[in-house]
Write a protein that binds this ligand. Structure first.
Ligand code: NAD
Ligand code: IPM
Ligand code: MN
Length: 349
């Protein structure tokens, strides 16, 4: 089976071209903030703005068009903010559509404490195209059936990706690993046959790659993650479980304002903060831009720009340690003030 690379080195023609979809709510604040940080790296990157999301749906009746999808496709990858998804049966999630359209099957969500929870350091590898997000739903007058689809192929490729990450050398702080990380396979196989398939496929892939593994029921995982988050190194799980566990994990290190993610496929990727459009704080300059800035760092690493990616991580660590933070982390700075500080840290280093 062909396996996606952790670091993309597809030798695409320069310059790197990224679609920028800031979306709705705080997406419109954190993406410009992160782009300012990107500009400080003085890379030759072409940015293509693409308007998609709920705002566009209200304005035009369409949240995303085929032309928008073509624009995304014409770029190396997408840098994405957040999109409001109202609980309206006529509105289909744009993000889920993009993940499925581009077959972005691996959702990588690092959880690393910067200040709070500084000993917490694990990654959630979330299957991103099937499970409860299959889109197969039957609506009856008094019931709705949502079909959870777990396939051998879908489980195998996400397990392969997780094993690749388990074996990847730690690239920073001089602590190159001699052993692969321990993989925790998270499921609900005591109840769901679909999870039984997921569990068995993950185990056989881990054994094949000699990656040490354990398996854990998702409810027990939630409990242990709160009590002892430092014990986790790498988690592989199904779509909805990964969604829920990643927001919970974010709370352990200081909140969603810190958590970045990458949606990776064979030939395309989308980088976005884990958080949503946060209507409760939108338009006030309160949003923490770090999750978006670290998503940018994931994008640069994926593209092979490791040095620049490391520079962004270093600048973020420096700024956070200096107490230059938004209110979610106890600070008094605005979104742009934090971005200015990260930009300055990059420029002076
Ligand atoms: P949310 O992630 O937007 O917000 C949850 C809580 O975290 C809120 O209190 C918010 O203020 C806070 N928060 C989130 N990001 C923050 C940041 N950067 N800085 C400081 N505080 C932050 O989740 P929600 O409120 O349940 O969802 C709002 C909308 O976003 C919904 O329509 C939902 O469907 C959508 N959503 C979109 C995405 C996405 O596009 N990737 C992800 C999740 C939710
Ligand atoms: C996420 C979000 C999305 C999901 C929504 C907005 C479709 O919550 O990326 O975590 O459920 O995957
Ligand atoms: Mn989510």
């Amino acid at each position: 089976m062909k396996t996606a690379k952790v670091v993309n080195s597809m030798n695409r023609v320069n310059p790197m071209k990224i679609a920028v979809a800031s979306g709705d709510g705080i997406g419109k604040e954190v993406i410009p903030a992160a782009l300012q940080v990107l500009d400080a790296l003085s890379l030759n990157i072409e940015k293509v703005p693409v308007e998609i999301g709920y705002g566009k749906w209200k304005r035009t009746g369409k949240a995303i068009t085929n032309d928008d999808l073509d624009l995304l496709r014409s770029c190396d990858c997408t840098f994405f903010g957040a999109i409001t998804t109202p609980p309206d049966p006529d509105y289909k999630s744009v993000l889920v559509r993009i993940r499925q359209e581009f077959d972005l099957y691996a959702n990588i969500r690092p959880v690393k404490g910067i200040g709070k929870g500084k000993n917490i350091n694990f990654t959630i590898v979330r299957e991103n195209t099937e499970g409860m997000y299959s889109g197969i739903e039957q609506v009856f007058p008094d019931a709705v059936h949502s079909t959870r689809v777990i396939t051998h192929k879908g489980s195998e490729r996400i397990a392969e990706y997780a094993c690749l990450l388990a074996r990847e050398d730690k690239d920073k702080e001089g602590d190159r690993r001699t052993h692969p990380k321990r993989l925790t396979i998270v499921h609900k196989a005591n109840i769901l046959k679909s999870c039984n398939l997921f569990r068995e496929v993950c185990i056989s892939v881990a054994d094949k790659h000699k990656v040490p593994w354990e398996d854990m029921l998702v409810d027990a995982t939630a409990h242990r993650m709160v009590l002892d988050p430092e014990r986790f190194e790498l988690i592989v799980t199904t779509n909805l479980f990964g969604d829920i566990l990643s927001d919970m994990a974010a709370a352990l290190i200081g909140g969603l304002g810190l958590c970045a993610s990458a949606n990776i496929g064979e030939n395309y990727a989308l980088f976005e903060p884990v958080h949503g459009s946060a209507p409760d704080i939108a338009g006030k300059g309160l949003a923490n831009p770090i999750a978006a800035i670290l998503s940018l760092a994931m994008m640069l690493k994926w593209y092979g720009k490791t040095k620049e990616s490391d520079a962004v991580h270093d600048a973020v660590a420096h700024v956070t340690a200096a107490g230059i933070t938004t209110p979610d982390l106890g600070g008094r700075c605005s979104t742009m003030k934090v971005a200015d500080a990260v930009t300055a840290a990059i420029e002076t280093r």
